[in-house]
Design a protein around this ligand. Structure first.
Ligand code: GLA
Length: 717
């Protein structure tokens, strides 16, 4: 920590235009500098973004750069950050520096606010930058406000604009689809634009999540190369625009997707954009990911420092086909496995149109009498008797047209009044822009928790994008829908968090159709994919691990791809927040015994996996093998996972060098999680090595067997 003292408010006010041309503003973390300077014309320029400058005096030599927050209607010919329309139909905006303030929010966290204003129109824009010194993370957003007589029409309102001047740019995105989320691909950015965006509204990230990696000059590796990793904390439509101009300069504009989102802003109301969060690494992606993981656990994630419970979920074990007896049988399975909690999934509610499949019942949140004559209460009591916590699946923002809710409250549903409805997964989205609907959705959660205060967990699902796009509530402000929907959702989630601050919740959206860092301030973890084939999960979890720590990534053992052994399936799941979605009767006794042992091992290793440093050693994208290790913060313990996916015939195995250990310490290497009677074939098993050796020479972790896996515990002695 290089901060000397917690100072309260350091305020620099520079209203005097004579300072233009001299003022520079430095947003700094331990290794990164983002520097602005006020140009002779009074406009703010980004003059530097890169490795920390060691010599303060050098800052005065920074003269180049681009206007920091470019406006529409002036002399720039490329994509602007902001585009507004004044009451007189003029749509130009010229933002000049007015002042800036800096304050320490807490130790190691400093906020800088830069105030810009137009001289001709009473419109001002504040640029916020929060620098997390130890994490090399910068969080930025914008506030727009005006005092014009008529409302100001916002056409574009970016959270952030960043400029780069490098020889080459490579963008890595993580696009995919349902069951193939977070697939990594990289392309060079050449002249023109590349846009990553979503206009799906609620299940906004079904095809692409709101994060990217940008490597400079060459494609960054795990430990080499310059890379900026950025993400938008917004649970709705987003847009990242990457534009290379005629000088080969790149601008990156991040924010809410302006598509069908013109926003009418009345005077004196503040329009706050979502946070764009980024880190910059000069030593590859591994560092950048660890920056995000540490920052998230410390500052952003709900209960980021807390524990996570293992669980048994009944979804894949039963789908909709269950009753009280079956579920009680599964509670016994949960006890035998040694997990902490049982999670009751979809299919427990509605009576007029019982939820026996996904075509009906959504919206009617009372237990189906036929399936659960004694309600959830009986199951909770049974679970408690067996020492298990109990969680419940809900999807409170949605409705099936075949439901009592729809019959009673069609006015609460987003739908086109004069056209036939079309459905995504047989359902429609409730109109969260309407405060009455917000109350209702909060009431679903609050009602269940009031009736059953012992509910220890929710899985909150969201299976449909916003379809039939028309809000009965917003009337002549239809283009507010996408933004106000998300704000309505946050209003509900704020209320849930305030009333039930310690309630863990899983964020789900038909897999990870809704995953971002704002949502994760309300949720402790997320469901990355309905695809639980362990081979596919190696790729999907690899993708999410770029930005999200293991403790947020739910990973369940199921029967998907049961050509892979239970050991392989479990060991993939152990790299995240471990759960099971399987009946014990789907396993042999040996397999059951293995799983129990694996749960015990996982509980012991949780502090390393969930709260340690993650090192991605071998990428599944090699196609043959994959390996990831986790190292405890004190570097006394580590655990390494290795997977032979599809090794080549007679492939010569290379040692894999470990990372993150203390070179001066001695570590015992031990393969754990063996099947009954299995003897470790790891050449180095049970031997003692120095951290130096393990990091320079490495271990021979891979084999020639298809779908073989190993867990290796490394403990300092
Ligand atoms: C979504 C989720 C699944 C499951 C089903 C229930 O698809 O991703 O895990 O909860 O809904 O309908």
């Amino acid at each position: 920590m290089k901060f000397q003292k917690l100072s309260v408010l350091l305020c620099l006010l520079c209203l005097n235009p004579s300072l233009w041309g001299r003022e520079s503003i430095r947003i700094a973390t331990e290794n990164v500098d983002l520097i602005f300077r006020v140009g002779d014309n009074g406009r703010l320029r980004q003059v530097y973004l890169g490795k920390k400058l060691l010599n303060d005096a050098d800052i005065q030599h920074l003269t180049d750069g681009r206007e920091a927050y470019l406006t529409h209607g002036m002399e720039d010919y490329f994509e602007p950050a902001i585009y507004v329309e004044h009451g007189d139909n003029n749509s130009s905006l010229e933002l000049k520096y007015v002042s800036h303030e800096e304050r320490i929010l807490q130790e190691g966290v400093k906020e800088t606010v830069i105030n810009l204003a137009d001289e001709k129109y009473p419109v001002s824009v504040k640029l916020y930058y929060v620098a997390f010194y130890d994490n090399d993370i910068i969080k930025t957003h914008t506030e727009i406000v005006h005092k014009e007589k008529k409302p100001l029409m916002l056409h574009k309102y970016a959270s952030s604009m960043l400029h780069f001047n490098k020889a080459k740019y490579f963008l890595t995105e993580f696009s995919g689809d349902w069951a193939s989320e977070a697939q990594e691909s990289t392309q060079e950015l050449l002249f023109g634009k590349k846009v990553l965006d979503s206009k799906l509204g609620s299940r906004a990230n079904m095809f692409t999540p709101p994060f990217f990696q940008l490597s400079f000059n060459g494609v960054a590796g795990e430990d080499t190369g310059e890379v900026l990793m950025g993400t938008l904390a917004w649970t709705g439509n987003f847009r990242f625009t990457f534009e290379v101009d005629n000088y080969n300069c790149l601008r990156v504009i991040s924010g809410i997707n302006p598509y069908f989102s013109n926003y009418e802003l009345p005077a004196n109301n503040i329009f706050r954009t979502p946070d764009f969060i980024f880190t910059y690494s000069f030593n590859g992606k591994g560092v950048a990911s660890r920056n995000f993981h540490d920052w998230a656990r410390q500052f952003q994630l709900k209960d980021g420092q807390g524990n996570r419970r293992t669980l048994l979920n009944n979804w894949e074990a039963t789908y909709f086909d269950f009753n009280e007896e079956k579920l009680i049988g599964l509670l016994d399975d949960a006890v035998k496995l040694g997990v902490d909690m049982f999670l009751l999934d979809d299919g427990w509610f509605a009576n007029k149109y019982p939820r026996c499949n996904d075509t009906q019942g959504l919206g009617d949140w009372v237990e189906t009498k036929e399936k659960l004559p004694n309600g959830i209460g009986k199951l909770i009591d049974e679970a408690a008797r067996k020492g298990l916590k109990f969680g419940v699946w809900i999807e409170p923002e949605m409705v099936n047209p075949k439901s009592e809710l729809y019959e009673k409250h069609k006015d609460w549903v987003i739908h086109l009044p004069n056209r036939d409805e079309y459905y995504f997964r047989n359902q429609l989205v409730l109109d969260l822009s309407n405060p009455e609907v917000q109350d209702y959705v909060f009431g679903v959660v609050d009602g269940l928790l009031t009736k059953y205060p012992q509910i220890a967990y929710f899985k909150w699902d969201c299976n449909s994008p916003i379809t039939n796009i028309y809000s009965p509530y917003l009337k002549d402000k239809q283009t507010h829908l996408y933004v106000d929907y998300v704000r309505g959702l946050y209003n509900v989630l704020d209320r849930v968090k305030e009333k039930y601050p310690n309630l863990p919740m899983m964020l789900c959206s038909g897999g990870s159709g809704r995953i971002d860092y704002k949502a994760l301030s309300y949720f402790t973890e997320f469901w990355p994919s309905d695809n639980t084939d362990p081979i596919e999960r190696l790729f999907i979890q690899w993708g999410y691990s770029q930005f999200f720590p293991a403790k947020t990534i739910c990973a369940h053992v199921t029967t998907w791809n049961n050509k892979a052994s239970i050991k392989f399936r479990t060991e993939v799941a152990m790299m995240g927040k471990l759960g099971f979605d399987i009946k014990l009767s789907d396993m042999t006794l040996d397999e059951q015994a293995y799983c129990k042992e694996a749960v015990k091992n996982y509980n012991r290793l949780k502090p390393v996996i969930l709260d340690g440093d993650m090192y991605r050693l071998v990428s599944p994208y090699t196609g043959y093998h994959s390996s990831t290790m986790f190292v405890a913060k004190d570097r006394l313990k580590a655990v390494l996972f290795s997977f032979d996916m599809y090794p080549r015939y007679a492939e010569r195995m290379q040692n894999v060098c470990l990372k993150g250990l203390d070179a001066t310490k001695m570590y015992r290497v031990r393969e754990i999680n063996l099947m009954q009677g299995q003897v470790s074939s790891l050449r180095e098993n049970e031997k003692l090595y120095s951290g130096d050796f393990l990091m320079k020479v490495g271990l021979n972790i891979f084999t020639n067997q298809k779908m073989n896996s190993r867990v290796i515990e490394i403990v300092s002695e």
